[in-house]
Design a protein around this ligand. Structure first.
Ligand SMILES: NC(=O)c1ccc[n+]([C@@H]2O[C@H](COP(=O)([O-])OP(=O)(O)OC[C@H]3O[C@@H](n4cnc5c(N)ncnc54)[C@H](O)[C@@H]3O)[C@@H](O)[C@H]2O)c1
Length: 254
């Protein structure tokens, strides 16, 4: 293994890394030399990601599980520690809108609201809770969380999602203050509309609206988000914490 890679000898965890942005980040971490544990509930897609990670010449650990469930979260981190070692980098990537229940707030169902907050906010809190004690003891670590520029823009039909993803930003700021004295960086990335299946699933009119509102004229690719994630996970960003980096073709300024 070459030692000039950003993450040589480090262990990274990517939640929701079987597809889309998470997959691109897992591969990008591996390309920079990290061993990568990938947590996801989709076993087949996860196996594909693991193949791509291993092709970079690093160790990869697939963990199939539902990260909204505390016992599965705890087990996933225990396996990672046992098989790869202590976690140096955590990417909280899991999140989604209500998809088929996508609707304006006056029609929202309570169970949909709970689902969106659970998957798009609670997973980030629960996974981060698993690594902070160890990072404090080691006085090092990076936590990056994927929010959304919907948190800033406030898009119609995604009130629950905007609430959850705004929560991720508040979480990032408060945790950055708590962990700053331990030299742990905590940051967030807000993707704009990005070319993944999540984007293909939203209603066509919402998709067109999103694309037409991007000054650079096109959706981001998952690799564009991964570039920002890699930077914030690295010591090149050692002086950056509590921040929100927008990667959105200019759709929203912040
Ligand atoms: N694609 C976009 O346009 C866009 C824009 C802004 C923010 N985001 C955010 O980026 C992140 C990744 O989105 P994506 O577009 O790559 O989505 P995606 O659906 O392609 O990938 C998400 C992955 O998370 C996994 N996952 C979801 N819930 C899980 C759970 N409870 N336990 C384990 N795994 C779970 C899925 O199986 C999937 O592999 C999300 O947080 C999303 O909200 C996406």
């Amino acid at each position: 293994m070459t030692t000039d890679r950003l993450f040589a000898g480090k262990v990274a965890v990517v939640t929701g890394g079987a597809n889309g942005i998470g997959r691109a980040c897992a591969v990008a971490y591996a390309r920079q030399g990290a061993d990568v544990a990938v947590f996801d509930r989709e076993a087949d897609a996860l196996a594909e990601t693991i193949g791509l990670v291993r092709a970079e010449g690093v160790r990869a650990l697939p963990v199939v599980g539902d990260m909204t469930k505390l016992d599965e979260v705890t087990a996933a981190f225990a396996r990672t520690r046992a098989e790869l070692g202590p976690v140096d980098i955590l990417l909280n990537n899991i999140g989604q809108t209500a998809r088929e229940n996508y609707s304006e707030f006056y029609r929202a169902r309570p169970e949909t609201l709970q689902f969106v907050i659970g998957v798009s906010l609670m997973t980030t809190l629960m996974c981060s809770r698993q690594v902070v004690e160890e990072m404090r003891e080691r006085r090092s670590g990076k936590i990056v969380s994927i929010s959304s520029d919907s948190a800033i823009n406030g898009d119609i039909g995604t009130v629950d999602y905007a609430a959850a993803k705004s929560g991720v930003l508040g979480f990032t700021r408060a945790l950055a203050r708590e962990l700053g004295p331990f030299k742990i960086n905590v940051n967030a990335v807000c993707p704009g509309p990005t070319n993944t299946r999540a984007m293909q699933r939203i209603p066509r009119d919402a998709y067109e609206r999103a694309r037409n509102a991007i000054p650079l004229g096109e959706l981001c690719e998952p690799e564009d988000i991964a570039n920002a994630v890699v930077f914030l996970s690295s010591d090149k960003a050692r002086c950056i914490t509590g921040q929100t980096l927008m990667v959105n073709g200019g759709r929203v300024f912040y």
